[in-house]
Ligand binder design. Structure first.
Ligand code: CU
Length: 146
């Protein structure tokens, strides 16, 4: 509301200025408004979505904060796979796939980790949480890649 009033007032000033003698044309308020509103976060969002082209493997930590994942068995097809790890709980977690290069996500609390992309070869792997003693407490599972 306040902003509209300001714009209206400025517009009135511009009209007033034009009506009279050749006073300098005021730098239009509209132009400056547009410039300040321009920066958005859209480009980065688009970039991350474009990067996820292949298969996606979703892993989630127990939402209540228990030291476990929501699944103890996961399956995936061999090849480029994007791993999306979600940890909605208030306990910090990450996921690490043992024996897979770059197969560890960042540690997150109450949110999603930045997706990682790995090249999975057929076989059986253990995925676990590398934070503290979580793995020893049972925060692990089996990943079968076919
Ligand atoms: Cu953990």
């Amino acid at each position: 509301m306040r902003r509209i009033a300001v714009i209206a007032a400025s517009a009135a000033l511009v009209f007033a200025a034009c009506g009279g003698d050749d006073e300098e044309p005021a730098a239009t308020p509209a132009a400056t408004e547009a410039a300040t509103e321009a920066p958005t976060e859209a480009p980065t969002e688009a970039a991350t979505e474009a990067a996820t082209g292949g298969a996606t493997l979703k892993v989630e930590a127990d939402p209540s904060g228990a030291l476990k994942f929501t699944k103890t068995e996961l399956t995936a097809d061999a090849g480029e796979t994007t791993i999306e790890f979600a940890n909605p709980s208030q306990v910090p977690h990450a996921v690490d796939i043992e024996g897979v290069d770059g197969g560890e996500t960042e540690t997150v609390t109450g949110g999603d980790a930045k997706p990682i992309t790995v090249d999975l070869k057929p076989g059986e792997y253990t995925f676990y949480c590398p934070v503290g003693n979580h793995r020893a407490e049972g925060m692990e599972g089996k990943l079968t890649v076919r």
